[in-house]
Design a protein around this ligand. Structure first.
Ligand code: FPP
Length: 249
């Protein structure tokens, strides 16, 4: 059977992914959870390549949540090591492909060596413009909103922000990365149907695609299927279907 291909003219500009299921994938094979994360890291490489091939401009990956700090120390340490490994080993290929690396989250909580590796990747790829790869690290959506509110209050106290001038656009300027557009498509693997504190502000109008596939099994075809699902939907942004079809009036 011929696989259907996504319409190249309607590729979502920004795809965000909750990469869930590494632990269950590993447990079902009787191997350590860390080996599941390592298999998951391989999928990060593949999915980045596939996203680049498909013409996705922004890929945002939920690599480590604020809640993940509560996992056993060995698992947290293992994930931190994998992050460093990724930032060091993949950087050449990422850079060669014109991909810009960014990170969002409470990055100051990351161990110094992880912060260094992340900063180095961001710095080295700063001028790239082919695609943007953002890692959510030590990230929580509510924390992001709280951090934005704090920064706004500080600016208001300093007199550089007038409370009456605050609107949604101003608020966005205080998020971790104001240049990051809202995701068009949010994918969650691992058979759970939850948002799990990911990009709460930014996913207001995102289309959500859930799959039972565990992240270490996620293939290019699964990404294509998610895009086909997205392309089969009508995005109305609160308008009626006929308004959308008439061009948004
Ligand atoms: C969820 O699986 C995944 C994570 C907590 C971390 C995501 C990490 C990776 C994909 C690998 C490392 C990636 C980078 C970029 C370093 P889970 O452990 O919650 O799975 P479970 O729900 O089955 O237990």
């Amino acid at each position: 059977m011929e696989e259907s291909l996504p319409n190249r003219d309607r590729i979502p500009a920004h795809v965000a992914i909750i990469m869930d299921g590494n632990g269950r994938w590993a447990e079902s094979r009787g191997i350590s959870r860390l080996r599941g994360h390592r298999a998951g890291l391989q999928r990060v490489r593949d999915v980045l390549r596939a996203s680049n091939d498909l013409g996705i401009q922004y890929l945002t990956l939920y690599a480590f949540s604020l809640e993940n700090w509560n996992r056993p120390k060995t698992e947290v340490d293992g994930l931190m090591s994998l992050l460093i490994e990724y930032m060091e080993r993949e950087l050449n290929e990422v850079d060669r492909n014109g991909i810009r690396v960014r990170a969002i989250g409470r990055l100051d909580r990351l161990p110094g060596r992880v912060q260094k590796a992340v900063e180095n990747a961001i710095e080295r790829t700063r001028e790239n413009s082919e695609m943007t790869l953002t890692f959510a690290l030590s990230y929580g959506g509510r924390a992001e909103i709280v951090d934005a509110a704090r920064k706004m209050v500080l600016d208001a106290e300093r007199g550089t922000l007038l409370p009456k001038s605050i609107d949604e656009k101003t608020f966005r300027d205080y998020l971790y990365d104001p240049t990051l557009p809202d995701p068009d498509l949010l994918i969650r693997t691992g058979a759970e149907v939850r948002v799990s504190n990911f990009l709460l502000w930014q996913i207001a109008y995102a289309e959500i695609h859930n799959t039972n596939v565990m992240w270490p099994d996620f293939q290019k075809q699964n990404l294509v299927d998610a895009i086909l699902d997205y392309q089969g939907r009508e995005r109305r942004f609160g308008m009626t279907g006929s308004q959308v079809r008439e061009g948004g009036s």
